[in-house]
Structure formats: C-alpha cells, structure tokens
Design a protein. Structure first.
Length: 191
C-alpha cells in the first residue's frame, strides 16, 4: 500500500518512517497529481493556518476532497486533525471539512504546551505512546464518529469510517501501532 504524507509544512519525514515501520510504502506529496498513485494519505502536524493556506495555493482542497470521496482513507494528526475537521472553534472558516467534528486549537493551555503520555486507544492498545505539542482537542463529535481515546475527560482520538484523527503526534515516538491501524483501514478500503 502506498500512503502519502502531505508535505507542504510540518512533521513529514517522521510519518514516512512510521508508515514504513508498519509495513507500508511512504510517499512525500507535494503536488495534487501524485494522489492518483496513492491508497491513503496523512495530513501531518505543523501549523494548521499555514498548511491550509498552502493547500489552497497548490490546489489541494478540491483534490483531497475528491481523493477521499473516491474511497481513500485520510488520517490527520494534530494540525492535520484541525485541517480535516468540519468546524474549528472561534474560526469562521474550516479547511477540508471532511470529518464531522468540532475542534478547539491550542486547547491544553500554556502550562501544558507539550507533554507525553501513554493512552488507551480503542481497537489499538491501552498503552499507546502519545506526544502532545500545542495540541487541539475534539470538542464535539457527530453521530457517525467513534471516540477512540479520551485524556483527562477530553477527546483526543476519533474515527469516522475512512477518517482517522489524533490530537497528538504518534509519529514522534517508537510506537507505530497507530500507523499500523491506519494501514489496516487503507487495506480494508481497497480490498
Ligand atoms: N497549534 C497548531 C495549530 O493550531 C497545531 C500544533 C501541532 O500540529 N503540533 O495548527
């Protein structure tokens, strides 16, 4: 399975490494034409406003919506979660508007700007290593969205069919089980 990582800004190489550790082939995606050779894509962490602007500039908004509607899975981590959300709190415009969630940016407050913890993530494990960096959280989920992980009463991972989202960075650890789970979603979507 060829999995793309949107390579406009943010943590790209780390995701490629994890995809390969999980048994897939990772591809850096810089142009929409590359999507046709892929079976799934990861939108990485970074800064969501910057990623959103670059996506508009390079024609990724329409092409990624089409990529998803053709049956391909999409995984957003941290800023990537913000990019795939239908609604962003205190912001009039969202980006890809794919996943039926409302997210709050930088939601953990200054004193907890970044931290690491082990999380219970449904369908995966009860000790998934997670790195949070100025992380968003999921404030509301729609009917078709399954909550996969909660930290301190707040939703930090969720799935809606072919869409997967985490508030944290699974790629900044040695634990590739979330990438393995995404790879399984991609296999299922294409068999
Ligand atoms: N705070 C960033 C944003 O709002 C996300 C941070 C991250 O991806 N680590 O876009």
């Amino acid at each position: 399975m060829k999995i793309g990582v949107l390579a406009l800004q943010g943590a790209v190489a780390e995701h490629i490494r994890m995809i390969e550790q999980a048994g897939g082939e990772g591809v850096q995606v810089k142009r929409p034409e590359q999507l046709k050779e892929l079976q799934g894509i990861i939108v990485p962490g970074g800064e969501s406003t910057t990623i959103g602007k670059l996506m508009r500039t390079y024609g990724f908004i329409e092409s990624l919506k089409e990529f998803y509607s053709q049956g391909n899975p999409v995984f957003g981590t941290c800023a990537g979660l913000i990019v795939i959300a239908k609604e962003i709190a205190a912001q009039p415009e969202a980006h890809l508007e794919l996943m039926d969630i409302k997210v709050a940016r930088n939601a953990f407050g200054r004193q907890r700007e970044s931290f690491e913890t082990d999380l219970e993530v449904k369908h995966i494990a009860d000790d998934v290593r997670a790195v949070f960096i100025r992380a968003p959280l999921i404030e509301e989920v729609g009917k078709g969205v399954e909550v996969l992980s909660v930290y301190n009463g707040q939703i930090v991972a969720a799935q809606q069919g072919r869409l997967l989202a985490t508030s944290f960075h699974p790629e900044l650890t040695d634990d590739c089980r979330i990438h393995g789970y995404f790879l399984d979603m991609v296999k299922k979507a294409h068999n």
